[in-house]
Design a protein around this ligand. Structure first.
Ligand SMILES: [Zn+2]
Length: 586
């Protein structure tokens, strides 16, 4: 951990959780507690409560909980160190210097040096854009409707040729390479990565510049260029515009996803600030997880060309798996958002485009309808398969059910036949996981569906691993893998003796924080909880097998005898394990 514990204790004491929560949530007193509408899930009556004297928050609806640092991490999407830094500044707490290992200290110091170097590069880029050498770049930007004010607001700049950055910034070649500002020729010569390009500074969620994008002026390839992957810059986890978008995103519980810098900037300028862009990569699971913690709904506003359509298909699944409602916003006439907004009445047209955005299943239906004959049974089956890909990723059984009902009506087929087709694909395909084991983080599953039996057990396992570190390896061996991926990752780290709070993955870190804040448990609970976990696993499988049998019977199909055998075996196993668990009790 990068901070000493006494510093953190003082921070937790001074950073008033009520003040922090009240920045965005209206709280009212109810007995000892303060309650309000939960900022992390949609609700009509308040199940979110805050205890000022204990410095904790907890939501009885979605089970989000923790201390003031967890709250800021969750609300603002900050990493642990960034949340600590934010609160320390807000409440004027001096954090003592870390007493970390020399390696960790060195890494931290190196990171600071790189961040400063990137800031310095941005200063230089922005100076060039304003100066005489930036005339061509300014003309290009003006042609896209961007003025000098926009340049400052959106961190634009201009990179000169002639290795200006490598020569002018006082840094070693290694640092310039590591910051992604320099590149090496085959002959080993260091040169500027960004040359004669309009530059876009790319910030992480805490607002630090971690890389750049550059658009070439005039002709040439590639048209757009990003920083290479560096210790600070990972395309697969950065969403461009997040630091400007986050407040509105959380207020509106919605985000618009676009493909590039210019589209993102155009939407921000025209009053649609809840917009972020992927950086020439498809949306990753990591992106989706970050969004899943911030919003309930995503509008995909990609180009309407083949590449844009492919991007919609690829992005929908990870978002749906996070419990996010996915809509496709494609303006008429095939224009991209930037073009459209510059046209007369652009803002109103875009507003309308959002209002008319289609659920992704409708969009898939329309697309498949162009490729297949919706009148023939084969065509109907083919269309159904394409829409199933999205329906399978939907986490809420209620929504999934409703989607199937709608699809049957639109295809004009019997609903039962469609459901059979849907289940058949799910059992033979590789998508079993979406039905059997939610890949979601703890918090998101809880929003849309009933909390599964294993979830509180797995939380308790992690709490025990935190409270009795010497038993962590034993828990790991007995319970593998946990159904919840986040908890599983945390347990894995804890069992291997690593500092879980130092992990890169924010979800894992906050799950660990929550586990560490859990009520004290007796050590005897270790064995009992392991036994309960095993039983829950068997019960889960048993329920699935039985449900499958019931569905077959209800639809008048033959039931494979091996299914009945399996059901019996599981039942017996359950009985045996219940007895085994009982014997372990004192
Ligand atoms: Zn909640």
């Amino acid at each position: 951990m990068p901070f000493r514990t006494e510093g953190l204790d003082e921070l937790r004491r001074k950073a008033d959780i009520v003040a922090v929560v009240s920045q965005t949530v209206a709280l009212r007193r109810q007995g000892q507690r303060l309650v309000g509408l939960c900022p992390f899930h949609q609700e009509k009556s308040p199940s979110f409560s805050v205890s000022s004297e204990r410095g904790l928050f907890y939501c009885f609806g979605c089970h989000a909980g923790g201390d003031v640092i967890d709250y800021v991490m969750k609300r603002d999407g900050f990493s642990f160190p960034d949340a600590v830094a934010f609160l320390a500044a807000e409440f004027h707490v001096e954090m003592p210097e870390e007493e970390a290992t020399p390696e960790a200290a060195q890494r931290q110091e190196r990171r600071q040096v790189l961040l400063r170097l990137l800031e310095a590069a941005q200063e230089r880029f922005s100076r060039h854009l304003a100066g005489p050498e930036g005339e061509g770049a300014r003309r290009y930007l003006a042609g896209r409707g961007l003025t000098g004010d926009d340049s400052a607001r959106f961190d634009l700049g201009y990179a000169l040729g002639g290795d200006d950055i490598c020569r002018s910034l006082k840094a070693t070649p290694e640092l310039l390479l590591e910051a992604g500002l320099g590149a090496k020729s085959q002959g080993g010569r260091l040169y500027d990565r960004f040359r004669e390009r309009v530059t876009f500074a790319i910030r992480d969620r805490a607002g630090h510049i971690v890389g750049f994008g550059g658009r070439i002026l005039g002709e040439g390839q590639p048209k757009y260029l990003n920083s290479a992957e560096t210790p600070l810059f990972h395309k697969g986890s950065i969403l461009y515009g997040w630091s400007w978008a986050q407040r509105t995103m959380r207020e509106q519980q919605a985000v618009t996803l676009v493909e590039g810098y210019m589209d993102a900037i155009a939407l921000h300028r025209h009053g649609f600030p809840a917009t972020v862009a992927t950086l020439g990569t498809s949306l990753t699971d990591d992106h989706a997880r970050q969004l899943g913690r911030a919003v309930k709904r995503a509008y995909l506003a990609f180009d309407s060309d083949a590449a844009g359509q492919a991007a919609v298909r690829r992005s929908a699944e990870p978002l749906l798996q996070q419990g996010i409602e996915v809509l496709v916003a494609q303006p008429r006439g095939g224009k991209d958002p930037d073009e459209l907004l510059r046209a007369p009445e652009g803002t109103a047209t875009w507003q309308k485009t959002l209002e008319q955005a289609a659920p992704v299943t409708d969009w898939l239906f329309a697309m498949a309808g162009r490729a297949h004959d919706a009148a023939s049974p084969e065509g109907k089956a083919a269309i159904a398969q394409e829409v199933f890909t999205a329906i399978r990723a939907v986490q809420s059984p209620l929504v999934r059910d409703e989607e199937l009902r709608r699809l049957a009506a639109r295809l004009e087929v019997r609903e039962e036949a469609l459901r059979l087709e849907f289940q058949r694909g799910a059992r033979s395909g590789d998508r079993m996981h979406t039905l059997a084991s939610p890949r979601n983080s703890t918090r998101n599953t809880a929003v849309a569906t009933k909390t599964p039996e294993w979830l509180p057990i797995e939380r308790q396992l992690l709490a025990l691993a935190s409270q009795y570190p010497s038993r962590a390896a034993e828990i790991r061996t007995a319970c593998r893998p946990l159904h919840d991926q986040t908890l599983d990752a945390a347990l894995e780290l804890a069992a291997s003796g690593k500092d879980v709070s130092a992990t890169e993955d924010g979800a894992v870190r906050s799950a660990w924080a929550e586990a560490s804040l859990a009520v004290d448990l007796a050590e005897a609970e270790v064995a009992k909880t392991i036994a309960r976990w095993a039983q829950a696993g068997i019960r889960l499988r048993l329920n699935e097998v039985n449900r499958h049998i019931r569905e077959l019977l209800e639809s008048g199909q033959a039931v494979d005898p091996s299914l009945l055998v399996l059901s019996h075996e599981l039942l017996r196993e359950l009985g045996a394990s219940a007895k085994g668990g009982g014997e372990q009790r004192p």
